[in-house]
Design a protein around this ligand. Structure first.
Ligand code: HAM
Length: 435
């Protein structure tokens, strides 16, 4: 009996089933490499943290009353009786690591990025999986609004580099401390007489996490929320000025955005600027990425009093969006430069020797060990999209001269073994340039 894959998780493979192109591994490599390139352009360094942490790290940061912590975490006891959880997001683990490593005492900002899986026990549906992958960036030590604007711009640039269009940037400010408290009270006063008309989820949130009601998508809530007070009217002078500078820098950088006073995000650690980017090309789960400022979190987790801000984008959704404007075949793949086809076991040693020479100069090389009829192996290397093919038989070994065939055009050329590496290196470069 075969063992099925668990619900809500997926394999990323070279050739997924038809219609499931988003699981093609070359798309994931492409997106990963773009993320790394972007991080380099914005002077961020990589951090890798464990995929599980002590449960209290998430309850204290993301918040006990959030859906993520109260309903969606994969929590288990290890054999030593400790409560651990698979990470549902990356920010808390990054801060825990920086505190453990005493990295937050150095002068100058700390700018980090991460790529990796996150786990949330959600009802699987389009755009929602139980293991998703995030590219995230966190910056510590800069309190000013310039940093907020740079990070929003960075996330937008990521999507631009991937060729993703039809995106909307939503911006809001949640203010800090007392202003937020006053707003929450005013918001509850506004809702109280209409409590009965709210959705069941929102009624549950009314006492524990009323802010989340603001971004409810339930139609019965939306009608009520239209007339709700705006959190932006409650901001203190400093927070208001901060938010205005974020907006003016973004405009100056040519990043369009919408101010959305209903945007609150699903994690409790935010204050001041929050943002989300949605795609007009996805269905209900249309948020591709989001983030915000969390100036009190480092201290709350036992570190120094240090501001922080970051974002994360879900790579499943990035790839789904990408595939709305480009096909999987249009996304560049690592090329296979050469396929070597020894005709029998007798030519294997020679072929492996040739392959070593080619790989040494950076050419990718596949050796066919099946020794099947040439017709069969040729169709296989066409399928692998090899650029050049070399068949190796007795004559080739005797003469040390090899016939190099370019698959795309059928052109052939006899090349001496000594000259082969440099000939192919040049040919591959020329070919890549002409593509
Ligand atoms: P988040 O909005 O919870 O933020 O998640 C970030 C992104 O991960 C979402 O915009 C979405 O694209 C993707 N995502 C989340 N859950 C799922 C899921 N079940 N299936 C597929 N994709 C999903 C955070 O996690 C924050 N840590 C972001 C941040 C970093 N804020 C400051 N720094």
């Amino acid at each position: 009996m075969t063992i099925p894959i668990p619900t809500g998780v997926f394999d990323i493979v070279p050739k997924p089933h038809h219609g499931d192109e988003w699981r093609s591994s070359h798309l994931w490599s492409f997106v990963d490499s773009m993320a790394r390139r972007l991080a380099e352009l914005y002077a961020c360094q990589e951090i890798r943290t464990p995929i599980f942490e002590r449960t209290e790290l998430f309850s204290r940061s993301v918040g006990d009353d959030t859906d993520i912590v109260s309903k969606e975490m994969y929590t288990f006891e290890d054999r030593g009786g400790r409560s651990l959880s698979l990470r549902p997001e990356g920010t808390a683990g990054v801060i825990r690591a920086l505190i453990t490593e005493r990295m937050l005492h150095s002068s100058g900002p700390t700018r980090l990025f991460y790529l990796g899986p996150m786990f949330r026990y959600e009802r699987p549906q389009a755009g929602r999986v139980r293991q998703h992958h995030q590219f995230g960036v966190e910056v510590f030590g800069v309190a000013g609004p310039e940093q907020d604007a740079e990070l929003v711009e960075m996330l937008v640039t990521f999507y631009k580099m991937l060729g993703i269009t039809d995106l909307t940037v939503h911006l809001n400010s949640l203010g800090t401390g007392s202003a937020r408290h006053v707003f929450v009270e005013a918001f509850k006063e506004f809702l109280r007489p209409q409590l009965g008309a709210l959705s069941e989820d929102s009624r549950k949130r009314f006492e524990k996490n009323p802010l989340r009601i603001l971004d409810s998508k339930a139609p019965e809530d939306q009608a009520i929320l239209e007339n709700a007070p705006s959190i932006l009217d409650f901001l203190g002078a400093e927070d208001k000025a901060h938010f205005e500078i974020v907006q003016s820098i973004l405009s100056n950088q040519g990043v369009s955005f919408e101010v959305n006073p209903h945007l609150v995000r699903g994690l409790d650690y935010y204050q001041k600027t929050v943002f989300e980017i949605t795609s007009g090309k996805l269905g209900a789960q249309n948020t591709v990425g989001g983030g915000g400022r969390y100036d009190s979190l480092v201290k709350e987790l036992g570190g120094p009093d240090m501001p922080g801000i970051g974002f994360a984008t879900g790579l499943e959704r990035v790839i789904h969006t990408l595939l709305k404007s480009r096909t999987a075949a249009e996304i560049p793949k690592n090329p296979l430069h050469i396929a070597l086809l020894p005709m029998s076991e007798k030519e294997v040693r020679y072929a492996m020797n040739v392959a070593s020479r080619l790989r040494e100069v950076g050419l990718s090389c596949f050796i066919d060990f099946s020794f099947k009829k040439l017709k069969n192996t040729l169709s296989r290397v066409v399928d692998m999209q090899a650029q050049y093919v070399i068949v190796i038989g007795e004559t080739e070994i005797q003469t040390n001269r090899l016939e190099v065939k370019r698959l795309l055009t059928g052109e052939k050329k006899i090349v001496a073994l000594e000259a082969l590496s440099s000939f192919l290196q040049q040919a591959v470069n020329i070919q890549n340039e002409s593509i």
